[in-house]
Design a protein around this ligand. Structure first.
Ligand SMILES: [Zn+2]
Length: 406
């Protein structure tokens, strides 16, 4: 006879709960609940720290159909006291937050489909991925990443829900193009801080806050719960009852709950660019070379001199500040980290000054055989193409098999 306490003969969950497998049974009793919409929804959660853990836990319990988790960091011991999904073993094994969070919410609810991207929101998440989301939830701890998230969502008119924590204080806001904008809310000092960080090529440095922000799992629970609830309303297309255009603040020490109107939209805000129509290109992927892409564009836009406008500069040469030795290279500026700069320094730590760079891919680009991926363009990205007749937006739709939820 098998001993069930030893784990032998342990039944698969499908067998154990046969006949009572309706996860939505309780939700069906709520009159306004829309089980079908929740089951079909695809939600992106950016940031899997304290706040991200709470949001993910709620989305999994609510049985949201597909969840994409994005985070570039690994789990540290300090995360454990505020993160319901992480364990000590994860710290020992230096596990990525996105991967482990995905694993744990699959364990919580085997009905949800999850995908994780262990990467940076600027470099590793193509706009075509944003395009396929019903709502995006920001669980970030720095303004630079929020700014990028805001710009990406605005380009595609996607609603995003921002959450922020500090000590017993928490904030939440819902943003969507034409209603309210994260970048429009920023003060001059915040803008200045972001500009300094944007110029920093190293992902971790660019995304780091100065010092660790102390907070509690309580603040994360409060704000994370509200973010998940607002996401549900967006999924239910119940926009009128969301906090769209408003900012909520919670001060736990004094029990202050305040709802503010968002600041007005500014005319000169850089977040307000729009991708109105996307051309899907099933035969293009980020593995194509520059010359293959240009050939495709010439066929699609004959006689219009198409060129690819990059979201950042590609560095072509640098000079050592002390040595004055100039060296050629081809590295996208966001990838030019301290490690990648080393071969171009004459002495360790020497400052390098960029002497040549390009913002376009065209017939003059010096490395026609480099792939788009090598140039920092991620899977399913939407390329901005400048032609003689204006701008066009071409998606690397051939990367669609990369988007796998399991
Ligand atoms: Zn704005």
């Amino acid at each position: 006879m098998e001993n069930s306490s030893s784990g032998k003969g342990k039944l698969d969950w499908r067998e154990r709960f046969q006949g009572e497998r309706d996860w939505n049974e309780v939700y069906r009793r709520i009159s306004w609940w829309d089980t079908e919409s929740v089951g079909k929804a695809t939600v992106m959660v950016v940031g899997a720290g304290a706040l991200g853990n709470e949001v993910l836990k709620n989305l999994a319990l609510l049985n949201v159909g597909k969840i994409l988790i994005v985070d570039f960091d690994h789990i540290e011991y300090s995360n454990l006291s505020r993160s319901v999904l992480f364990r000590e073993d994860d710290v020992q094994l230096k596990q990525p937050k996105s991967f482990i969070a995905a694993q744990r919410i699959r364990e919580m609810n085997p009905h949800v489909k999850v995908m994780s991207i262990n990467g940076d929101i600027l470099l590793d998440v193509g706009l075509g991925i944003f395009r396929r989301m019903d709502v995006i939830i920001g669980c970030l701890d720095n303004r630079v990443a929020r700014l990028y998230l805001n710009r990406h969502c605005f380009k595609l008119s996607k609603t995003w829900i921002d959450g922020a924590l500090e000590n017993m204080h928490g904030q939440m806001a819902v943003y969507r193009r034409d209603v309210s904008c994260y970048e429009c809310q920023l003060s001059d000092i915040e803008n200045q801080f972001i500009r300094q960080r944007l110029s920093c090529p190293d992902v971790a440095m660019r995304n780091s806050n100065v010092g660790r922000i102390p907070t509690t799992p309580i603040s994360a629970s409060v704000i994370g719960a509200l973010q998940a609830q607002e996401a549900l309303k967006v999924i239910f297309k119940n926009e009128k009852q969301t906090m769209l255009g408003k900012r909520f603040e919670f001060e736990g020490m004094n029990n202050d709950f305040i709802l503010y109107e968002s600041a007005h939209l500014k005319e000169d805000c850089l977040s307000h660019s729009l991708i109105d129509e996307v051309i899907e290109a099933p035969d293009l992927t980020c593995k194509k070379t520059v010359s293959e892409l240009l050939l495709w564009l010439e066929k699609r836009f004959p006689g219009q001199h198409p060129k690819v406008y990059l979201d950042y500069e590609v560095i072509l040469s640098v000079v050592g500040k002390e040595s004055q030795v100039e060296k050629e290279l081809i590295i996208p500026q966001p990838h030019f980290s301290e490690t990648r700069a080393k071969p171009y320094q004459t002495a360790p730590g020497e400052d390098l000054i960029i002497t040549d760079s390009v913002r376009y891919l065209d017939g003059k680009f010096p490395a026609q055989d480099m792939t788009l991926k090598e140039l920092g363009i991620s899977e399913l990205h939407i390329l901005t193409i400048e032609t003689d007749e204006g701008f066009e937006f071409v998606e690397l739709t051939g990367d669609l098999p990369h988007l796998v939820f399991s």
